[in-house]
Design a protein around this ligand. Sequence first.
Ligand code: BJW
Length: 261
Amino acid sequence: MRQSCVNDAPPVIPAPLVSALRAARFVAALTGAGVSAESGVPTFRDAQTGLWAQFDPLELATPAAFARNPKRVWDWYAMRRERVGRVTPNPAHVALAVLERHAPEFLLITQNVDGLHQRAGSRRVVELHGNITRVCCSRDGTPAEHWEDTDAAAPPRCATCGAFLRPDVVWFEEMLPQDALAAAEDAASRCDILLVVGTSAGVYPAAALPTLARRHGAQVVEINTETTPLSAQADYALRGKAGIVLPTLVAAVWSASAPPA
Ligand code: BJW
């Protein structure tokens, strides 16, 4: 049975984890939709509140869905883009930005497309699934800076070739951006600690990163309100909201140490 966290009290951070984080040369973090939930961005798979509870992913987040009904897909992403523009980063995003300034080496690998990590001040960010605020040509991926959404029956078109524009995100059955995946795999193979925050850890290839990290000797720390397929193999599973657990973790590790460079 999935175990739910109903308690918003800050967790006690295990002392060996505090020591390991203080000693770590390279900390990496893999984040998912749960990290933005407290900003008001819906997750995908949470029962009731997740997007997939309301919408069928096969009708919206695949190339075939876009080919069948481009306007429906375009409008769904336009609605989500507008919503992302109205929300702000939460304490989980901020804590990860603070962590980046303390760790000797740090990389934030995100599956999120909302850009909230960058808006919170994170600099070393790899986006595995693209970014919903960007739009590109559906034929060759050329970025589009400006577009006019005036046709009620079809998405706007690429100014160069006339193909439909699409959101610059990675749909099911599409390859992830090669450089982003390579950077994420490199970090997973070299980091001392991988924090896995707010992801159901079921979408590949991102879901393989914690296993890769463990295989190369890293400690894996899961932060999630629920248990996931990763929980059993994580070195630490901290149950709770990312916006509570992450600031507590960062304060426990670095509040008594020297200020960041
Ligand atoms: C909190 C919280 C709080 C809540 N605090 N926690 C069989 C085996 C292996 C692979 C496959 C397979 N069949 C198909 C595949 C491949 C497929 C895949 O993995 N499918 C799985 C479903 C099995 N993967 C792909 O297709 C990828 N491409 C690929 O593999 O290319 C090669 C290939 C080519 C051709 C054919 C097959 C393969 C591409 C994956 C792209 C994923 N895209 C999406 C949509 C992005 C655009 C958009 O935004 O619409 O990315 S799907 C969606 O899932 C989104 C997310 O980034 C991704 C992961 O979701 P995430 O972030 O984990 O969110 P949730 O909702 O699942 O979880 C939230 C978690 O937070 C929960 O655990 C909560 O408990 C927790 N939480 N509040 C802390 N406050």
